[in-house]
Design a binder for this molecule. Structure first.
Ligand code: PHE
Length: 452
């Protein structure tokens, strides 16, 4: 037993500070950065969306991230146990919302991750298919989609079974630096494309007409949450494996900036690429599949260079997806371990199997996948974020403040009071407005889906 380094009662812990930071960054950096962000940005007027996204990350994202860190480290448990410890039984039940979010998000997230594995395999074994739309149709439905989803879940489950240090921390320490290098390399390559300039122009110069468009505001707000993995207790659970000497405000800032950095750099690759090949319309057209049709099509038209670049691109997507999926599965696993005293192996395997089965539905029907992304990836996260803000800003604000100060240097301690004030007064109304508007839109989407 590694009793020496465990903070209390034999609870697992991260071995190094960097291990925690990279695991949290690994949770944050994923399909959200390299697929959802560029696609939303290209729909939302490029730079206009990017600016709004930065605003929400600063005002809402960072305070919520620190709230999750503080609650988890203070409560020393997964969401249900931590919120119960700090706020009583009723708040413990609110923690169930997070378990549900983790379960549902991972069941479709893993399907998309399966597509990325399949495209990576295409590049490795042969070529990207010349008809990108047909190939996407094959990849995103049927037994192949189910098989790759199940395969991806098996890998994720193996890592989580490995535990905090040997599974999660080691995987993050290994994969995240590689991911950073490849993303930067891809952006540099894209700069050499003819016509890259036009892409940068759209990406970096705001279209001020769009600034009054509420749909873009809402998309930016929910993307800020999704991208930082907030509102589902993943960051909370990771922080529960920390000792009190970690500087939480500093770690949170590093995580938020690396998350933004990777999203922004992914945009620096995607925008020049789609503009130099004139694919703007294709990306704006459909929703979930947009980039998955446009980019392989682009790579296919570039011959062997496209094959190599495409391989790197899809490998990096799959790696990002894996480190995010780990955090989603860890929330469910750790909750089962806390509540039912299950051993890690049984908890992770059980959760992994349930999610693999749930994911069969989105794997067979992309309409279901889009709907799940709206309900779980937007609505449940917004609801979870609202609960965290109210909990940290009102119910447990003294404990949260105290916890954020512990381990922080003087300079960082000065940020704690403003953060808690933001959690109390600023974050709840902003998230509530987004939640309300998302609820209306989701109901409409469900109605449309049911009507066929
Ligand atoms: N943040 C991850 C991404 O950007 C997705 C995610 C959302 C992971 C919510 C965990 C929880 O891809």
């Amino acid at each position: 037993m590694e009793r020496v380094s465990a903070p209390s009662g034999g609870r697992e812990s991260f071995g190094t500070r960097a291990g925690f930071i990279l695991a949290a960054a690994g949770s944050a950096i994923g399909l959200g950065n390299m697929w959802r962000f560029p696609y939303l940005a290209s729909e939302g007027g490029g730079a206009t969306f990017v600016l709004m996204y930065i605003v929400f990350t600063m005002l809402v994202g960072i305070p919520l991230l620190l709230a999750e860190f503080a609650i988890g480290r203070r409560g020393q448990g997964a969401p249900v146990a931590s919120m119960r410890a700090l706020g009583g039984r009723r708040w413990g039940r609110v923690g169930l919302l997070f378990v549900a979010a983790g379960l549902f998000i991972l069941s479709y997230y893993s399907v998309i991750a399966g597509w990325t594995l399949r495209y990576a395999l295409d590049a490795l074994l042969g070529d990207f298919a010349p008809s990108a739309a047909d190939r996407f149709g094959e990849i995103s439905s049927g037994t192949g989609a189910v098989a790759f989803h199940v395969g991806f879940m098996a890998i994720t489950t193996l890592v989580v079974v490995g535990g905090v240090k040997a599974g999660i921390e080691r995987t993050s320490l290994l994969l995240m630096p590689a991911l950073f290098v490849i993303v930067v390399g891809l952006a540099i390559w894209a700069a050499t494309l003819p016509g890259a300039h036009a892409g940068y122009l759209v990406y970096l110069s705001p279209d001020l007409d769009e600034i009054t468009n509420p749909a873009i505001w809402r998309a930016a707000a929910s993307q800020a949450l999704f991208s930082l993995s907030l509102g589902m207790g993943g960051m909370l659970t990771f922080a529960s494996y920390l000792r009190r000497d970690q500087n939480l405000p500093e770690s949170g800032t590093v995580v938020a900036f690396s998350d933004f950095g990777v999203a922004f750099t992914a945009g620096l690759m995607v925008f020049p690429l789609i503009h130099s090949l004139g694919l703007q319309a294709a990306v704006g057209e459909s929703t979930v599949g947009a980039l998955f049709i446009a980019l392989p099509g682009a790579f296919a038209s570039m011959g062997s260079v496209g094959r190599v670049v495409g391989l790197f691109f899809f490998v990096v997507l799959a790696v990002g997806a894996l480190t995010s999926a780990i955090s989603l599965l860890e929330v469910v696993t750790a909750s089962l371990m806390d509540e039912f005293r299950l051993p890690r192996r049984a908890a992770a395997t059980g959760a992994g199997v349930v999610i693999a089965v749930l994911g069969v539905f989105p794997a067979l029907d992309i309409g279901v996948l889009g709907l799940m992304d709206k309900i779980a990836g937007e609505l449940l996260l917004l609801a979870g974020a609202l609960a965290i803000a109210i909990f940290a800003g009102w119910r447990a604000s003294v404990a949260v403040q105290d916890e954020l100060r512990a381990g922080a240097s003087r300079r960082w301690q000065a940020c704690v009071r403003p953060i808690v004030l933001a959690l109390r007064w600023l974050v709840p109304p902003i998230v509530a407005v987004a939640l309300f508007s998302s609820m209306r839109e989701t109901l409409a989407a469900v109605g449309a889906f049911l009507a066929g």
